[in-house]
Every structure is written in structure tokens, then in C-alpha cells.
Design a protein around this ligand. Structure first.
Ligand SMILES: [Zn+2]
Length: 146
């Protein structure tokens, strides 16, 4: 089983090496060279509607799986705890289904967002927003408003 090494960087380098998962939290993106060895760059944006990155302090997992249907190799795999777990090839129908459910997920998320003022965790923004909330809360408490 292939293993990737995770590298947290501010800026993703121009020249990528095989076997490394480059992660930029500031830019909310992870990039690696396709693990089949075809040399294609696989860009996985990190967002509530794209990929989610889990970092346990040592190794990372990406979810959902990565389907490189736009490449000739059509590799499909999971990156779980830095290990590559191969998944089956999809036929056109499954790819279509995957694309549609991705669209649906995005639509649901953005629809919900426009009516629901929930603060989603966006790297680099959350702390500031939380601070604003707590300052507002303190002010309200000071005036006895809850
Ligand atoms: Zn490939």
C-alpha cells in the first residue's frame, strides 16, 4: 500500500514530488501528484462542500474519495491516515451520479447558507468571528440583555 507524506506549507511549490501531499491551510487546498504515477496534479480544495481534511497531529485523511476521472488513468482512491486505499473504477453512470450529488450538496449548502446565519469554519476567519460574538455577548451581558 502506498503511503503519502504530508507537508503543511503556506504556498504550494511549483514543482511537486511524488508521494507528498502538500497542504496549504491558508489557501484551503491540498495538492498531490496522482498516486498512480501518471504525473498529473490532483487539486483538492478544502471546504465544507469539497474535501475535508482530518489531521490527528501526525497523519491526515481526506474525505470524500478522489476520483481522477478527467485523467487518462481514471484513478480512484482514498487517502486515509496518509495511506492510499484504492477504490474501483466507475462507469459513466456512477461518475454522473457522483457529479450530481456533488452539485446537490453544494446547492444545499449554499441555499442553507443564505437563510441560515451559521458561521462555518473557514480557515483564518473563525477566530475573529468567534471573538466578535464573545465581545457582543459581553456587551449584552453588561447591559443585562440576554
Ligand atoms: Zn494517475
Amino acid at each position: 500500500m502506498e503511503t503519502l507524506e504530508n507537508k503543511f506549507l503556506e504556498v504550494i511549490p511549483d514543482k511537486l514530488e511524488n508521494g507528498i501531499l502538500y497542504i496549504s491551510m491558508g489557501r484551503s487546498v491540498a495538492i498531490h501528484l496522482c498516486v498512480c504515477g501518471c504525473g498529473n496534479e490532483v487539486v483538492t480544495p478544502l471546504s465544507p462542500t469539497d474535501w475535508q481534511l482530518k489531521f490527528d497531529g501526525k497523519v491526515v485523511s481526506l474525505s470524500p474519495s478522489i476520483g481522477n476521472w478527467n485523467f487518462k488513468c481514471r484513478s480512484h482512491y482514498w487517502i486515509t491516515q496518509n495511506k492510499v486505499r484504492w477504490s474501483g473504477d466507475w462507469d459513466e453512470k456512477q461518475i454522473e451520479f457522483g457529479r450530481n450529488s456533488d452539485k446537490k450538496r453544494k446547492k444545499e449548502y449554499f441555499d442553507k447558507r443564505s437563510i441560515d446565519p451559521v458561521v462555518y469554519a473557514i480557515p483564518g476567519k473563525v477566530d475573529e468571528d468567534l471573538q466578535k460574538v464573545s465581545i457582543l455577548k459581553r456587551v449584552l451581558l453588561f447591559f443585562g440583555i440576554r
